[in-house]
Design a protein around this ligand. Sequence first.
Ligand code: FAD
Ligand code: DLZ
Ligand code: SF4
Length: 509
Amino acid sequence: MPAIRNLILILGDQLTPDLTALIGADPARDRVLMGELRDEATYVRHHKKKIAFLFSAMCHFAEELRAAELRVDYTTLDQPDAPGSFTGLIAQAVARYKPERIIVTEAGEWRVARDIAGWETRFSIPVEIRTDDRFLCAPGDFRDWAAGRKQLRMEYFYRDMRRKTGLLMDGDQPAGGKWNYDSENRKAPALDLFMPRPKAIAPDAITQAVLTLVEARFGHHFGDLAPFWFAVTRADAEAALAAFITRALPWFGDYQDAMLTREPFLYHAVIAQYLNCGLLDPLRVCRAVEAAYRAGQAPLNAAEGFIRQIIGWREYVRGIYWLKMPGYERSNALGHTRPLPDFYWTGETAMACVKAAVTQTKELAYAHHIQRLMVTGNFALLAGIDPYALHEWYLSVYADAYEWVELPNTVGMSQFADGGLLGSKPYAASGAYINRMSNYCGACRFDVKQRTGPDACPFNALYWDFIARNRALIGANPRMAQMIRTYDHFAPPEQERISDSAARFLARL
Ligand code: FAD
Ligand code: DLZ
Ligand code: SF4
């Protein structure tokens, strides 16, 4: 066996050719390691489509590296000696090659970072952990930004990222004179809108083989494998981005918060799964969107709204994750303990909005932000679902889900379980909000206009009951204080009906 200098481990969400771990890689003396791993596919039971997407993208990336002359050991899940975990993969390779050093780019998830931190002692070999420069803000820089601030508001972080990248900046001023055009981005949907579809890629031979493997090994996991249309190569992911920019970006801002039956994508990009595994580069994506705006192909409210999601929210939630882990995953400021209802897995509920969100999640491993936040997230918040159980659900069912991005969105933004660290108020809403932003209610068995009683939209009584239950914790926010005052103006019999309706509904869950 030839002497190996460096073992370079590439994790499944590091499918980027200029990844820091690959800098200086020498085809003659270094060996790249990649593996399809049982533990990674099952630490939560990931959606079948997500596993297939990642295995196929990993396999194609190994080919890309080989085409660049690198020597890659790629372990498939069905190999007889397949190791189950990253540590097992390294143990096998260390025994085989006796390398001088292990190199890896820092892991996205805390549990993997913790394992890697133990390898130097375990294998008695130096382990070089390199920074992940695919993000704009390193965890240490976020910590510095957060230090001494009373409130960690995304908006101020975002402005710093605009200044740092120069995105949508005219000199030192924001393009158009305002930092944020969100007030223009709340249009209700219209049924006659022309809705583009995300670019669909036909499965090639590698993907076909992976689909067969995933069905055989993970057939019992949640979700549908077919139809499978995700891009699994960089070139196809770039094509999907280009299609979004020309077909959907111009309307992205206007209809960002809208929801429509049988229109799961509206004008969303459907690229988070590509960004989060490294097939697309966030900064390049934002530069392409800015170029479309500068060329007059997309309005400013769309370009700004989109760029804010990526250099603002995406970076900000990662900063919060590394600031607060470990421990953040067990946050439960509202003391919620109710088990996750079965319909999160089956979609079998009479609530048309929840049914639509869960059903499409099962089919597509995708739901857009407002469905996640204001339908499945909002329902869980109002019903007092255990935030950890909900976190595991979100982590397993979406193709773009990794703990660093999913956890702060679930525990912080959606469930207010961190007590307001991430968001100033809970994203709690009654049926009226869902009715305004969607066409779900028209076809629902419940009446969105009724507050209580057996036919009333369950979101209504649950909402007011939530306000009454949590007044001490949420009252500091002026908009929530206004809701508490409204509740206080309800006559006592109405307050009783609310609490009774909520209790009856929850008892049947
Ligand atoms: P678009 O709406 O087209 O937005 C463009 C891009 O902006 C996205 O691709 C994404 O990279 C980024 N983005 C938008 N919103 C956010 C956000 N709140 N946080 C971080 N990035 C954002 N996003 C994930 O990538 N992975 C997750 O596991 C995840 N879990 C979520 C859980 C909950 C409870 C909620 C409320 C949101 C979650 N999000 C998550 C954020 C958001 O819903 C998804 O990024 C988005 O729906 C992906 O679809 P898209 O690519 O069409 O996004
Ligand atoms: C999500 C995932 C899955 C399903 N499978 C693998 C795998 O088999 N091999 C691998 O290297 N990575 C996988 N991943 C992504 C990892 O979970 C991710 O790289 C870690 O969570 C670190 O962020
Ligand atoms: Fe959802 Fe209520 Fe509307 Fe039914 S009536 S779709 S439960 S918001």
